[in-house]
Ligand binder design. Structure first.
Ligand code: SF4
Length: 226
């Protein structure tokens, strides 16, 4: 099967799975959300990015990582010479988790039961895309793969064995980076940049070993601009 045929086949599989997810009401949030946010990107991506769940903008548009955090994610990817279109982006839950707020529903982290309900959709995405590397963004996404004892501040930046034996690394969620200021922001950006470089190196190593084609490596290392 040619690469084009393979891509088309995976696109069909992902579209069918997305339609199933769109009809899912296994959680209460499935009936509260405006749009199901299944995921998007290259069905043959070497990197899969998994966040915790859709926020307000994502819920509105039905696309993952399109708010401010999404814009920062795009910059983070660009810092290691990856275009958003070359990556597959999704979340642990496909519906926006919310709790009541004074000005309407506000974002919250997904509950364990919601992530468990939605896990078959995520596993199916991983199985179809078969990325070389998975990046879990934020503690909830990392915990969904690595267990509830995972501590993002202590255990980010390390390689773990993810689903299907795929190398998995956790780093801070872009939304967390955006909430930092001053020296804290600089410190978090340095850590995220180290994790991004680790991802880039791993992708290059896998490509060099014949696992996949890699685009050119970044010519100069620099902190991504938030
Ligand atoms: S979060 Fe996932 S499992 Fe829960 S209702 Fe939405 S699609 Fe279904």
């Amino acid at each position: 099967m040619s690469l084009l045929q393979e891509r088309a086949s995976r696109e069909r599989l992902l579209a069918a799975a997305a339609a199933t997810a769109a009809a899912c009401r296994a959680c209460v949030i499935g009936s509260e959300r405006r749009n199901n946010v299944y995921g998007e990107g290259d069905p043959c991506a070497r990197l899969m990015v998994v966040g915790e769940g859709p926020g307000e903008t994502e819920d509105l548009l039905g696309r993952p990582f399109v708010g401010r955090a999404g814009q920062l994610l795009d910059k983070m990817l660009a810092a290691i010479d990856l275009a958003r279109e070359d990556v597959y982006i999704c979340n642990t839950v496909k519906c926006r988790p919310t709790s009541p707020g004074p000005r309407g529903p506000k974002n919250r982290a997904p509950e364990l039961e919601e992530m468990a309900n939605c896990r078959p959709f995520l596993d199916q995405q991983i199985d179809i895309v078969r990325p070389s590397v998975i990046a879990a963004l934020g503690a909830p996404a990392a915990k969904s793969f690595l267990g509830r004892d995972f501590q993002i501040t202590k255990m980010r930046g390390r390689w773990n064995e993810g689903p299907l034996g795929i190398p998995l690394i956790a780093t801070f969620h872009p939304a967390y980076v955006l909430r930092q200021t001053g020296g804290e922001l600089d410190a978090v950006k340095r850590l995220v940049w180290a994790d991004l470089k680790a991802i880039r190196t791993r992708l290059d190593e896998i490509a060099a070993a014949g696992g996949a084609l890699a685009p050119d490596a970044p010519e100069q290392a620099s902190l991504f601009a938030e």
